[in-house]
Write a new protein. Structure first.
Length: 253
């Protein structure tokens, strides 16, 4: 693989579920400090692609290089361990737990006293507050259950958590699908902030209009194939809309 700036390179990725070929021949290069908008109709293969990258499924064929080394994850935990964090629309946080507990889920800070480890809530509180405020997120109380937060606030906490724990690649699968226009704008600003801090971001959405202004690159999937891969500066929104509309006309004919 060639690109020295690449954080992630996938080559020739294929994945089928029974008789359904969800992805075929997918090549993708993702650089650090880059936002990729991954767009395409329902069933195009977007979620399958990022699930392979984040260790949920193994590919049937193809290879993945991350930080210049070939990788083959056997679980999402392994992908998280090397800095690949995925935020799903619904599963971003556990609603019945506090903001604080969610922030540190699986990464609680222990203070050792003799043979026992105690969670150090004071330190955790300070760190969580700082991480949220660093992104401009204001929450009323860290002990409040996440179920009281709006959809946008939940995404914000999940993004702040990923940033704090050193993610290098942040993947968001339709994070704004259930959000109001204003909340969507706020989440998009967090994504730009993540990029400005050096992360690579894959942002999946149905809405080309939403992702076009913030993306550095736009990748279009259709029926499991990549049918477009453009630098944002080199392609007009209308041209992309045309490509996507073309596939939809083909579908309905
Ligand atoms: N776990 C699965 N089992 C069987 N088929 C699946 C599974 N996941 C996805 N598919 C199929 O693969 C195709 C791509 O799905 P998906 O990646 O979810 O698309 P998208 O996220 O773009 O809507 C669809 O035809 C879908 O039905
Ligand atoms: Mg999907």
């Amino acid at each position: 693989m060639r690109d020295p700036d690449a954080l992630l390179e996938v080559r020739g990725l294929k994945k089928a579920f029974g008789g359904v070929v969800a992805l075929r021949g997918i090549d993708l290069t993702l650089e650090r400090r880059q936002i990729i908008g991954l767009v395409g109709d329902n069933g195009a293969g977007k979620s399958t692609l990022i699930k392979i990258i984040s260790g949920v499924y193994p590919p049937d064929e193809g290879e993945i290089q991350y930080e210049g080394k070939p990788i083959r994850f056997s679980s999402p935990m392994e992908a998280r361990g090397v800095g690949i964090e995925t935020v799903y629309q619904h599963l971003a946080l556990i609603p019945q737990m506090s903001i604080l507990r969610n922030f540190f889920l699986g990464k609680e800070m222990l203070r050792r006293i003799g043979p026992f480890g105690f969670m150090d809530f004071n330190d955790m509180r300070g760190i969580c507050k700082e991480a949220l405020e660093g992104l401009g997120i204001r929450v009323r109380c860290l002990d409040e259950d996440v179920s009281f937060l709006s959809g946008g606030e939940r995404q914000a906490v999940a993004i702040a958590r990923a940033l704090h724990f050193g993610a290098k690649l942040l993947i968001l699968d339709e994070p704004t699908a259930a959000l109001s226009v204003r909340e969507t704008e706020t989440v998009l600003n967090y994504i730009i902030e993540a990029r400005n801090r050096g992360l690579a971001v894959i942002f999946i959405t149905h809405s080309l209009h939403q992702v076009y202004p913030v993306a550095d690159r736009l990748v279009i999937l259709e029926h499991g194939r990549k049918i477009g891969d453009f630098k944002r500066d080199e392609v007009a929104l209308e041209d992309l809309t045309g490509i996507i509309r073309g596939t939809q006309t083909k579908d309905s004919s």
